[in-house]
Write a protein that binds this ligand. Structure first.
Ligand code: PHE
Ligand code: NA
Length: 509
């Protein structure tokens, strides 16, 4: 290694940055939407099972893979998987695993972020709309559709997160990313707590049976009957959400962990990340949107659980709160903005690391190149106000590729690297001991669970007719995914080849 690798400045900053990475729109927007649409309390049961069997174990694996790769100067998945697979197979076989990991992470970090940053842009716009009371008195569904169709507004507000992303990435891990997280994450918590308190103290302003309390009960009462009759759909949605919300299967936990010093604890830090995310999701995320919407708009609106909960339903609540609603509305959308931005920067940085480490492009130029890349990839999202292209990308990248990548986390990080090595790696410098029960969970239940999730989602897509759709925007999204996968594979191949050409040529174990 010629140059000293960047590291996090402080442990506090690392934890806040990892929390920022995991805590995102997934917690405050996706989670309440899924919870509401999947029977409330019925959703919580498979959700917590997936957290225990998938989420937390995989979190430890990804931290371990990441810090391990960082020791060799790598912050991207291709070389990380390559090095770990080398423990069991010859270099050229390991190269294949490297390419699979690198290609999947590349596709996720480019495409998922290309629409995710747009949603962050909407939150910026809506923070402004709230402050100015723009949607007051309007039909909020029409208002939202008008916003999406207002290309100049969409493009302008999209640039706000884009430019801050660029600045943070340009300044580097400690001076940029960590610093921004140290500012945004505490604010996020403060806003979330204010909104949560406002929400549970709402009472029943409209109808006696529409109380915020009844909304909380809807989220928390385990409803076994609903779960039994929709077992598959609810379980799949819950497991998919665990992946999404913990930022698993994306390459970005690995990337952030690669900047941890080589003997610093990751066992407790990984668990802390998962816990902070879950607190933000279940307690804060679960307390704000649903009870408020329940109290003001009633159970029917809540249960629709549409994309509209954050952008269409809640604005009606803020309107009902009068002038104070402008402030609460602004806090809500700023909260979403910070949550989203601190996740998007992780994806952004993954690509900066890739350019830096594989192609020798320095961070500053790299940050600019990634900016241009997201600009180009984000344009079709901005121009398609039907959100068809967006939806299809989300179907495959945001809900499917993650899970495939998670399976390879286990194949490579647990099996090929060997379970005992992984356990040793996880415990190097560890502040806690993870019960070995989790090692066996990782070897058995976790991969089985992931496989069931993959097969189940595929069947579910088939039944929903996802495969049969042939709208040009949908076909376009699929072509984009395939192209990006191919480019990711080629890039990873060269990245690994460049650094390990000698051992690949010899191909000895
Ligand atoms: N964990 C993030 C969330 O809950 C997921 C994510 C990370 C999405 C990075 C996009 C970019 O929102
Ligand atoms: Na999250």
């Amino acid at each position: 290694m010629s140059r000293e690798r960047e590291t996090w400045a402080t442990r506090f900053g690392l934890i806040l940055s990892m929390a920022g990475n995991a805590i995102g729109l997934g917690n405050f927007w996706r989670f309440p939407r899924l919870l509401a649409a999947n029977g409330g309390g019925a959703f919580m049961i498979p959700y917590f099972i997936a957290l225990l069997l998938l989420g937390i174990p995989l979190m430890w694996v990804e931290w371990s893979i990441g810090r391990y790769g960082g020791k060799y100067g790598h912050g991207t998945l291709g070389p990380m998987f390559y090095l770990m697979a080398r423990e069991s197979v010859k270099p050229r076989t390991a190269l294949i695993f490297g390419i699979i990991g690198g290609m999947l992470a590349f596709a996720v970090t480019t495409l998922l972020n290309s629409y995710y940053i747009h949603v962050i842009g909407w939150t910026a716009a809506y923070a402004i709309y709230s402050a100015t009371g723009s949607y007051y008195g309007a039909n909020t569904v029409e208002f939202f559709n008008n916003h999406i169709a207002n290309t100049s507004m969409v493009l302008t507000t999209w640039f706000i997160p884009m430019i801050i992303l660029f600045i943070a990435a340009y300044r580097g891990v400690a001076k940029g990313i960590e610093l921004f997280n140290k500012i945004m994450m505490p604010l996020l918590y403060v806003f979330a707590v204010i909104l949560a308190i406002r929400s549970i103290t709402t009472g029943a302003p409209v109808r006696p049976d529409w109380s915020s309390w009844a909304g909380l009960q809807y989220s928390w009462n385990p409803d076994f009957e609903t779960l039994r009759s929709n077992f598959w759909v609810i379980s799949l949605a819950a497991a998919g959400q665990i992946f999404f919300t913990l930022s698993l299967g994306m390459g970005i936990i690995h990337n952030y962990a690669s900047y941890v010093k080589k003997d610093d604890d990751i066992a407790l830090a990984g668990l802390t990340t998962a816990s902070l995310n879950e607190m933000a999701e279940v307690i804060l995320g679960g307390t704000v949107a649903i009870p408020l919407a329940y109290a003001y708009l009633g159970p029917d609106v809540v249960k629709q659980g549409s994309l509209g909960l954050a952008f269409m339903a809640l604005p009606n609540v803020f309107t009902a709160l009068g002038d104070a609603g402008r402030v609460f509305g602004m806090l809500w959308f700023l909260l979403l903005f910070f949550a989203g931005w601190t996740s998007a920067i992780a994806m952004y940085n993954y690509l900066v690391a890739l350019l830096e480490e594989d192609l020798g492009i320095n961070r500053r130029l790299g940050s600019l190149i990634v900016f241009i890349l997201y600009f180009l990839l984000g344009l079709p999202v901005a121009l398609d106000s039907s959100l068809t292209y967006f939806g299809e990308l989300d179907n495959w990248v945001g809900s499917y590729l993650l899970v495939v990548l998670g399976l390879f986390d286990v194949i490579v990080g647990v099996y090929l690297f060997k379970p005992d090595n992984l356990w040793k790696e996880l415990h190097t410098g560890a502040l806690i001991r993870v019960p070995s029960l989790f090692k066996y969970i990782l070897m058995t239940l976790t991969p089985i669970y992931i496989l069931i999730l993959l097969v189940g989602t595929t069947i579910d897509y088939y039944n929903q007719g996802v495969f049969a759709q042939a709208d040009p925007l949908i076909v376009g999204a699929r072509i984009a995914i395939i192209l990006v996968l191919i480019i990711g594979a080629i890039e990873t191949y060269y990245g690994i080849k460049k650094k390990y050409s000698k051992e690949l040529a010899e191909n000895r174990k």
